[in-house]
Ligand binder design. Structure first.
Ligand code: FE2
Length: 204
């Protein structure tokens, strides 16, 4: 199968001032697209050519893993943010946050601190383990919680290319703005129906 760059759910200027159209044009149109192209080239004609993206993330290593996981992570990230700011988590997601962290404020503090302090390139995540408990994780480079058996619910890209145009070296300010733009509807879907996430993020 040929992997494709998913379309964004919003116009390139719809997230400003959180992220400008210039950031989105480079981040989605150059960086993310580059991972997709390198992935297709790496698997072409080989035994992994027919594997799904999630299968590639879970089973591959080296350059195939790096490009597959970056494709998955970015596709996930785009669904986690939306114009118009965040709506509060509700229902089962609200209950899971409160039972795992105490409150939304406690999750906010753990997530934003983890994202801001993660050393070097990587990702901050909210995940659910097999018992339904939620966790804040960070991964380096292309790392993805799927390889540790946890389901991603929310991610923030903390590679410099995600924020340098708009925030220069001020990652904490970017992370604060990210928190205000979270699409909690997607996080709710990811918790309730992890089997539907791959389709949702790839827009098939
Ligand atoms: Fe990125």
């Amino acid at each position: 199968m040929t992997h494709k760059l998913p379309e964004l759910d919003f116009a390139a200027d719809a997230l400003a001032p959180f992220l400008t159209a210039e950031t989105l044009s480079f981040h989605h149109g150059k960086h993310h697209d580059g991972y997709v192209k390198k992935l297709n080239k790496a698997i072409e004609g080989g035994p992994l050519a027919s594997a799904s993206l999630v299968e590639l993330v879970k089973k591959s290593d080296g350059g195939v893993f790096n490009n597959a996981a970056q494709h998955y992570n970015h596709s996930f990230y785009w669904r986690c943010i939306a114009p118009g700011g965040a709506k509060e988590p509700t229902g089962d997601l609200k209950k899971a946050i409160e039972s795992s962290f105490g409150s939304l404020k406690d999750l906010h503090d753990a997530f934003t601190s983890g994202a801001a302090k993660h050393f070097g390139s990587g990702w901050a995540w909210l995940t659910a383990d097999s018992g339904g408990k939620l966790h804040v994780r960070t991964t380096s480079d292309a790392g993805c919680p799927l390889t540790d058996g946890e389901n991603p619910l929310l991610t923030c890209d903390v590679w410099e290319h995600a924020y340098y145009i708009d925030y220069r070296n001020e990652r904490p300010r970017y992370v604060d703005a990210f928190w205000k733009a979270i699409n909690w509807n997607f996080v709710t879907l990811a918790l309730a129906k992890p089997g539907d996430v791959e389709k949702a993020i790839l827009g098939k």
